[in-house]
Design a protein around this ligand. Structure first.
Ligand code: NAD
Length: 256
């Protein structure tokens, strides 16, 4: 490994947006620690990166479990000697429902994965980046972290929480060389979104997709790579003056 080689962690990298960002970071020359609770998906992502000539390894991590997160960050540093970039991306949508009917267990689970998971990742990543006097973190929020929507209370609350936590972190560490930003994807075709369509309308998920497409200024959903490439750029030195940004990557959806 050359001294200049960068090292990244991506959570939720066994599928969808995380897989795409892991591949984008690898294309930019970074070694990637691919992490997920889905070991099969994680192994597939590692294989894709290696087939393209990159370096990657898999570490299982449930981002809602502090000990798992500590092991993940330790793995990156012990295997590759440093940590430059992190895409804290793992998240779940959870079932649709209104606040008065939402089960506390469901609420707590979504908060633990989506919001506490991002907090825990940053808590363990930041000390290594401070030691190296630089680094770049990208958290995955959502367009639903920028505007509200009815019927997904925990998801909307956690994604707004990630936007706030990202701004707080960016300001806390602005003078250290560490940058912290968030991507806010619009509707992007990944397994989670397909499951969501099926949950909203089990007899006709395609109809829900068509509703999303009808509201999209660009007339289509996003592809994971279109988010992953932005994450790769935000992590890189090309974005050296960008911190505290909650960046919509949504085909113009929030411009409406
Ligand atoms: P996805 O299902 O393709 O990928 C999510 C991955 O996270 C899965 O591999 C899953 O196993 C993993 N995961 C779930 N719980 C975990 C946990 N506790 N610990 C570690 N990993 C866990 O979904 P995606 O659409 O790629 O979602 C990635 C992120 O993007 C999520 O945070 C999601 O909220 C966000 N997002 C997605 C969209 C979209 O339209 N797809 C839009 C806005 C935001």
């Amino acid at each position: 490994m050359s001294a200049a080689k960068r090292v990244s962690i991506v959570t939720g990298a066994g599928s969808g947006i995380g897989r795409a960002s892991a591949r984008a970071l690898a294309r930019r020359g970074s070694a990637v620690v691919v992490s997920d609770i889905n070991e099969e998906g994680g192994a597939e992502t590692v294989a894709m990166i290696e087939e393209a000539g990159g370096s990657a390894s898999f570490q299982r991590c449930d981002v809602s479990v502090e000990a798992d997160v500590a092991v993940l960050v330790e793995r990156a540093v012990s295997e590759y000697g440093r940590l430059d970039y992190a895409h804290n991306n793992a998240g779940i949508g959870g079932p649709p429902g209104t606040i008065a009917d939402y089960e506390i267990e469901t609420w707590n689970r979504i908060l633990a994965i989506n919001l506490t998971g991002v907090f825990l990742c940053m808590k363990y990543e930041i000390p290594h980046m401070l030691e190296q006097k630089g680094g770049s973190i990208v958290n995955t929020s959502s367009t639903f972290g920028l505007v509200g929507v009815a019927g997904l209370p925990a998801y909307v609350a956690t994604k707004h929480g990630i936007a706030g936590l990202t701004r707080a972190a960016a300001l806390e560490y602005a003078r250290t060389g560490l940058r912290v930003n968030a991507v806010c994807p619009g509707a992007t075709l990944t397994p989670t979104v397909e499951d969501f369509f099926a949950m909203v309308q089990p007899d006709n998920p395609k109809a829900v997709e068509e509703q999303f497409v009808a509201q999209a200024p660009v007339g289509r959903m996003g592809q994971p790579q279109e988010i992953g490439d932005v994450v790769g750029w935000l992590c890189s030195e090309e974005a050296s003056f960008v911190t505290g940004l909650t960046m919509p990557v949504d085909g113009g959806w929030t411009a409406q």
